[in-house]
Design a protein around this ligand. Structure first.
Ligand SMILES: [Fe+2]
Length: 318
């Protein structure tokens, strides 16, 4: 295959393979190999379930198109909203879609040199792990059904979490982030997606989701680090979090990385009641209003992740 050009987020956008209907596309699509964009389909291409499953099974969860074709791609997806159900013979489309969201979230920001292969390897490892763990996979599939926002939010959170620090147990961080809100399975969707204030009973239910998560994940062979991440992802460095009002000194770096990534993921994702913040606006909010919730030692990593100038991150850190 001929190399085309390096991945550049201003020139290419990612599209989940699962999003492609079994229709003809008329725009060029590319795959990413070792940080390079290589042509995959050119012009007219008839998609089939078999081809998409082949791509997913070889860990190609996303395809790319040129940013200049954004309007054309959006029109195509809107015009073909009737998606066929894939018969994937045991291939969990829900999980594949979640992993592709994981990859796509990371591609929303400039990839640091040599990071693309590492990131893709992490996605592949997650995918393989989840296929081999039917009970964990089943919990995630239930979550995708119960509250798709939580499912995709967890995948996006994992994508940001694995890039924030070199000093964490990376695999645990990825898995802990993917599973951190699994306790939401016990929460009613109306509470999960409520914008307004919660009644005391509902608030009690919300505060219980970390412990519910641990309950759901017990006896599944997960590491103590992963369980600790699930239990403490709503603690705050100032001691005002829940369930144990731990302070920064009591929280592992893995927990602090997860809480940090989770806030960023929530801010840059649109909700029915709120437009998405830009990455820069999210950074501004996190370094000011939301700072008491967060580990300030991670601001520099976030600035790097979203491509902010070093001078700005230095000013913030000082
Ligand atoms: Fe949570």
């Amino acid at each position: 295959m001929t190399k085309h050009s390096s991945y550049n987020p201003s020139k290419f956008k990612a599209l989940r393979v699962c999003e492609l209907p079994n229709e003809i596309t008329y725009f060029d699509l590319f795959l990413e190999y070792d940080g390079e964009m290589v042509p995959y389909t050119k012009g007219r291409h008839q998609w089939s379930t078999a081809e998409k499953v082949d791509l997913l099974q070889s860990s190609q969860f996303v395809v790319f198109f040129e940013s200049s074709k954004l309007g054309e791609v959006q029109d195509h997806l809107e015009a073909t909203t009737e998606r066929p159900v894939m018969n994937t013979e045991g291939f969990s489309l829900v999980i594949a879609d979640g992993i592709s969201e994981f990859i796509k979230a990371r591609y929303a920001f400039p990839l640091i040199e040599n990071q693309a292969p590492v990131f893709k390897a992490m996605a592949t490892a997650l995918s393989r792990f989840l296929y081999q763990q039917p009970r964990i996979r089943s919990l995630l599939e239930q979550m995708a059904e119960h509250d798709p926002y939580t499912f995709y939010h967890c995948m996006r959170t994992a994508a940001y979490a694995v890039t924030l620090s070199d000093d964490v147990k990376l695999w645990d961080v990825a898995l802990g982030a993917v599973l951190h809100d699994i306790g939401n399975l016990y929460m009613s969707p109306s509470v999960l997606n409520r914008r307004g204030p919660l009644k005391p009973e509902e608030w009690k239910q919300v505060r219980k989701h970390p412990e519910d998560g641990v309950e759901l994940l017990k006896n599944l062979g997960l590491s103590p680090t992963v369980i600790d991440m699930v239990l403490h992802h709503h603690e705050r460095p100032d001691g005002e979090g829940y369930p144990h009002r731990f302070k920064k000194k009591d929280l592992t770096l893995e927990v602090r990385v997860l809480s940090f990534a989770e806030v960023f993921a929530a801010l840059v994702t649109p909700r029915p009641y709120q437009a998405a913040h830009s990455a820069k606006d999210a950074y501004e909010l996190m370094t000011t209003t939301l700072a008491p919730f967060l580990d300030s030692s991670l601001f520099a990593s976030l600035a790097r992740l979203i491509g902010l100038e070093t001078t700005q991150q230095d000013q913030k850190a000082s």
